[in-house]
Design a protein around this ligand. Structure first.
Ligand code: ZN
Length: 479
């Protein structure tokens, strides 16, 4: 392993001095905006993909520039400039400020640095540790391991992507905050063939991780074998039994259900605009008793974690539901100010080219009292969902559909045979009330998840312990 000398961990403070930031904030308020903010970013992203043993993609991208936001009430003016040329930045600040034409120029408070403790620190982050040759070597090791796991594995696709992101955010209230965020992601998709039966398995690793992570905790070989094993298991799987049945969802990535079915409806913009059905539900029972749901930006080593959000608010742990009762929402600065709430560190943006939105960080169900074995042992006939795939939720009515990539039939409290092509459908609001048992094995998957909202993608973690729903409608995708 060698340090990549061509990609130093930059400090761009010289290119974006505080005097310039202060000047831009003042320009953006000249039209009468009641709040202005500047966000300066320097990001390096790399991506490598190996497909059929060949290097299919190899890319390095540098993203640098500044975004300026001006708010007048709920209205947002936003403009950005690539690079750090002061003339370009002043022009962006003027354009952003045009949103608010009435009133006089606002004051810009002197900066004081937000000095929040880091939720965890990396001594040598993985993106700084590996050069291109080392990353390609990891891809080849995974390719070899997946193919040698079983002769039926015929096609293997592997990707490695990472990013180092450094930003400064300052606003007219006097906030000055900085963060560095390092993400790595390694994934393997393996296709197994037997006659005309084709099945794909998938596995991934990563997060905000140290250099040694891919050599000790999750090696390329481990990830490759998991993907291959999943594909092989699915070759022998049966189609699901359709109908309404008890469903047990495995810990970790299964938390994508709570992210999609519940988390989005708890974001402050939907609460303020009253487009979310949750806007009037504070204090009400929205999930079964015993269910506690949290959004936390301080989960160690997860890709949804950070020191400060993209508005400079320190990351925190926010309890959304306690013992089934809705007790709080997620807030960014704009929506919190209008609603007179306290910001919760959920203001996030894809890059300096985008204005911040209220977004989840790591959203999960807390551990409960049961053992995971108990949850299966009590089921006479049902479905155990080991790997969930993608899902979709209609925000208007809360109806969802999730694909279960690998499931197992439960018969008389035991897992009997693998099941493929199952889908779970239902209504998210109902489903949250139908959780009838929560196990004590919480796992947060902060390796690969990305959430899309208004065209902006952000890394997120999801999680849960083993959770049982008293009933969900199961269907097949093959019919
Ligand atoms: Zn999402």
């Amino acid at each position: 392993m060698s340090r990549n000398a061509s990609r130093p961990d930059v400090d761009f403070a010289d290119r974006f001095p505080r005097e310039l930031a202060g000047e831009l904030l003042a320009i953006a308020r000249e039209g009468g905006a009641d709040f202005s903010e500047v966000y300066a970013e320097y990001t390096v992203q790399t991506a490598f993909a190996l497909d059929e043993g060949r290097l299919k993609r190899s890319s390095v991208a540098v993203l640098e520039g500044v975004g300026v936001r001006a708010n007048a009430g709920a209205q947002t003016g936003y403009a950005c400039a690539d690079g750090f040329l002061p003339a370009d930045l002043r022009e962006a600040a003027r354009v952003a400020g045009h949103i608010a034409r009435d009133g006089g120029a606002g004051r810009v408070a002197p900066f004081h640095v937000t000095d929040s403790p880091a939720p965890f620190t990396l001594s040598f982050p993985a993106p700084l540790a590996l050069d291109e040759a080392a990353k390609i070597a990891m891809l080849r090791r995974a390719d070899e391991a997946a193919r040698s796991a079983d002769r039926r594995v015929r096609e293997v696709e592997i990707t490695h992507a990472d990013s180092t992101r450094r930003f400064v955010v300052a606003n007219s209230d006097g906030r000055w905050a900085e963060d560095r965020q390092y993400l790595s992601r390694f994934s393997v998709a393996a296709l197994a063939l037997e006659g005309d039966n084709r099945q794909q398995g998938f596995a991934a690793a990563g997060g905000c991780v140290e250099a040694g992570y891919f050599e000790s905790e999750r090696t390329p070989e481990t990830v490759a074998r998991e993907a291959a094993q999943s594909a092989i298991t699915l070759l022998a799987a049966r189609e699901p039994e359709a109908g309404s049945t008890p469903v047990v969802v495995a810990p970790g990535w299964g938390g994508v259900m709570v992210h999609e079915c519940f988390g989005h409806s708890m974001e402050g913009d939907g609460i303020r605009k009253r487009t979310s059905i949750r806007a009037d539900q504070r204090g009400r029972q929205v999930a079964a008793k015993g269910v506690t749901i949290v959004d936390s930006g301080v989960v160690p080593f997860s890709r949804g974690s950070f020191r400060v959000d993209d508005e400079g608010t320190p990351a925190q742990r926010t309890v959304l539901v306690e013992d089934g009762i809705l007790i709080g929402y997620m807030w960014d600065l704009l929506n919190a100010r209008i609603m007179r709430e306290r910001p919760t560190g959920n203001g996030r943006r894809s890059s300096y080219r985008d204005y911040p939105l209220c977004r989840m960080t790591n959203t999960y169900i807390e551990s409960g009292p049961h053992t995971p074995e108990d949850l299966v042992a009590d089921v006479k006939r049902g479905l155990f969902c080991k790997h969930l795939g993608g899902g979709s939720v209609n925000p208007a009515d809360g109806n969802f559909s999730f694909v279960v990539t690998e499931a197992w039939q439960i018969e008389d409290g035991r897992l009997t045979h693998p099941v493929r092509n199952a889908t779970l459908t239902g209504n998210g609001n109902d489903a949250m009330l139908k959780i009838d048992a929560v196990a004590n094995d919480l796992k947060i998957d902060g390796t690969t998840g990305s959430c899309g909202k208004n065209g902006q993608w952000k890394p997120c973690g999801v999680g849960q312990p083993t959770v049982r729903f008293s009933e969900i409608t199961v269907g097949g995708t093959a019919t």
